[in-house]
Write a protein that binds this ligand. Sequence first.
Ligand code: PMP
Length: 393
Amino acid sequence: MPNRLQEEPMSESLHGRMEQRLGERERDSALRDVQYPGALIDLSSNDYLGLSASAQLSTAVAEQAAAIRASGAGASRLLGGNYPMLSHLEDHAAAFHRAEAALFFSSGYAAQSGLIATLAKRGDTLLYDELVHASAHEGMRLSSAKCYPFAHNDLHCLRERAKDCSGQVFVLIESIYSMDGDLAPLHEIADICSEFGWNLLVDEAHAGGLAGHQGEGRVAELGLEEQVFARLITYGKAFGAAGGMVLGSALLRRYLINYCRPLIYSTGPLPLQVLMIREAYDLMAKASEERARVRELRRLLLRDLPRQFGAHGSTETDSPSAIVPIHCPGNEAVLALSAKLAQRGFDVKAVRSPSVPAGAERLRCCLHAFNTPAEISRFIGALKEEVRPSSMV
Ligand code: PMP
């Protein structure tokens, strides 16, 4: 009798599969790698207020660090890894963003994916803006609910989705979009959700620290707290740290503590991280001048940017958004432009497909309180010189 194993086709080796997939990325000019930022002018990080390198922040943290008795949480929060400083941070965040309750996660990604996967069950419906972040997609992948996209910021398309809905309906949006830097029509979407009885989840990753008088985010700025079921604040951007906070009702907090797997099965955060975020809140809230500077740089950039670069995304000149996409279709073209700008001293990252749809490749230009008007003028000059007219149409 032939050996059954011998009759089966040889499966590809794992090594071969990985090499092949990396080769595909290379062929598409889409290979990724980790790099050191280098000493270039930063037009790429999400450190919008410069807090990650703030001497004031590190001094404040260092002064209090000696009083911290444990360097690690030691366990998940439910098994002894909880501590008062962490609960105080959550209380502070809830009060600051005007929510009933807050729950901390070690990253925004874990918070968002965990929140969505825990809330949306079989028979429910997830309606998502086509541009929501990978962490929202991860949550949808982990959920058994039906998922339907709607065209970016398109209220008509969102309404049209009502016919596809059953069970509890969740609408996923970002208040400031991470790649296009534009704003969601929050009032209008909140009204649609109220009209249909849908639950609105708003990712404020790029609005926290920038939008609102004290950086409280767009939901609180617009007074929409009551119409939003849950919000996500992340600490790796304008707060200069790392971590994510879900804001919502006390009931939601209790529910997540009982059912949200990334919270239940993951070690609690480092006390130093929590201390840093708490200190960052104080500096960030006072950073009105820095927020105004980012807004001013945005006005400058959009005023002087040649029009052909702005075909995608954010064109609002008066906006808290620090992100300006600079349209440059094609992976090779956008990589080459980013490399040329690096030679001229600017760190501005190429965002390629598949991170964005093919044809929507762009430089993702991020503005910071530490950038200067002179840098922005030089950047625009460099852009104009690097792009020949034929490739600018
Ligand atoms: N949402 C958005 C819109 C983001 O841009 C990011 C980070 N790139 C996240 C969520 C995840 O946040 P974190 O970096 O804290 O995991």
